[in-house]
Design a protein around this ligand. Structure first.
Ligand SMILES: Cc1ncc(COP(=O)(O)O)c(C=O)c1O
Length: 403
């Protein structure tokens, strides 16, 4: 069974555990390793290569841009950035966009913008088990004690409440609180989907208390859940949205989309980034936004429903719950069954998936996945799950009949 190992001879810092596989190229939902093996990618580089590997239209857009211009800095105008900002504001109904390079940077910017907006209040309420990134502000925003180990003192100005619990938020609002920041579905926290009225309740609290509502769409946004942004499963409008991952299909780009009330406090010098909104990443992102039309969004939703139904139909005794929206799905296993083991077995069978904590298998297939590929995944998954059911039943029998 393949496991994530740390190469003893590597000069790379040991902050990642890596599988001993190296991919050399990819096409659509397929990846190929240096030994010529073919893999089905149900992870998309953790919700990044949403239109698959080397999508010809995105390749063309990037090629054209690389032949024309790579970088000039944000001291000059950029029609590519203007176009992308216009489509992001069009899809959200918000007003202005700032570009950076990653999810954590987008959240850092959002934290700064919230503080700048008010000028006095600085505390942001976030959720327990949330993940917003690993730089100092977004690390402190992430409500996961285990991520903080060794990095004290944390950036001050955060309070944590249980996800999907608006009473706890109301209880935590003190005069220094300026914003609430949440993921629309907790990704790293186990594909946790909040109740349908969560965002309406959040919006209501923010309006009553004059707080900003910040939605971290880094993982769930850009079509992943079967809406342009996952908060759009509700009727509300946030004040700030952060985006990254799938926005440029694998090139580094992040975005903060905000309303005018936030934007008007941001003046030249307030914030910036040398590489933010890089022309090549922006060219890829403009193509992503072109490809992400209503038909594509509908297909994401329908394929998500199909995969969920097929997994539920397995009626497996080791699966506790299947949840998520669109192509952001989690399969939670019952106690005693490790999602990492199932993921490793799938990898042995040349299928790439992720995990979210100990118990949850994470599926983030590309939007271009087809029926045959879904079938292949379900068949392999069924085989592995059946084997684990058998082992579990045999072990229980042996335990019960020891004497
Ligand atoms: C919801 C969310 N926010 C922020 C981040 C951090 O993004 P990045 O790794 O691009 O800095 C992630 C990454 O997994 C995420 O899932």
């Amino acid at each position: 069974m393949l496991t994530q190992t740390k190469l003893q001879t590597s000069s790379l810092l040991k902050n990642y555990s890596r599988y001993p596989i190296e991919f050399t190229h990819g096409k659509g939902a397929l990846l190929f390793d240096k030994n010529g093996n073919e893999y089905l990618d149900f992870l998309s580089g953790i919700a990044v290569t949403s239109f698959g590997h080397c999508h010809p239209k995105i390749v063309d857009a990037v090629k054209e841009q690389t032949e024309n211009l790579w970088h000039v800095s944000n001291l000059f105008e950029s029609s590519g950035q203007e176009k992308l900002a216009a489509s992001l504001t069009d899809k959200t109904g918000l007003d202005k966009v700032f570009f950076c390079n990653s999810g954590t940077e987008a959240n850092e910017a959002a934290i700064k913008f919230a503080r700048k907006w008010d000028g006095e209040r600085s505390t942001i309420i976030t959720a327990i088990n949330s993940f917003h990134g690993r730089t100092m502000g977004s690390l402190a925003a992430s409500g996961q004690y285990k991520l903080w180990q060794g990095f004290a003192p944390l950036c001050p100005g955060f309070k944590y409440v249980p996800y999907n619990d608006t009473e706890a938020i109301e209880y935590s609002i003190t005069k220094d609180v300026v914003a609430i920041m949440v993921e629309p579905i907790q990704g790293e926290g186990g594909i946790m989907v909040p109740s349908e009225d969560y965002f309406a309740r959040l919006r209501n609290i923010c309006d009553k208390q004059n707080l900003l509502l910040i939605i971290d769409e880094v993982q769930a946004g850009i079509g992943r859940t079967g809406k342009y942004f996952a908060y759009q499963w509700s009727e509300i409008k946030p004040d700030i949205i952060t985006s990254a991952k799938g926005i440029a299909n694998g090139l580094p780009l992040g975005a903060v989309i905000c309303n005018d009330k936030v934007a008007e406090k941001i003046t030249p010098g307030s914030h910036g980034s040398t590489f933010g909104g890089n022309p090549i990443a922006v060219a890829a992102a403009n193509k992503v936004m072109d490809l992400l039309d209503e038909d594509c969004i509908k297909k994401i939703e329908m394929n998500g429903i199909l995969i969920k139904e097929k997994i539920k139909a397995l009626n497996s005794s080791i699966i506790k719950e299947v949840r998520g929206k669109g192509l952001m799905l989690g399969i939670e296993f019952k106690d005693g069954f490790s999602a990492k083991t199932i993921a490793s077995k799938l990898l042995d069978n040349k299928i790439i998936v992720g995990t979210s904590g100990e118990q949850v298998l994470r599926l983030l297939p590309p939007f271009i996945i087809d029926e045959q590929q879904i079938k292949l995944f379900i068949n392999k998954f069924r085989e592995i799950v059946k084997l684990h059911e058998f082992i579990s039943a045999t072990n229980s029998y042996l335990e019960e009949n020891k004497n």
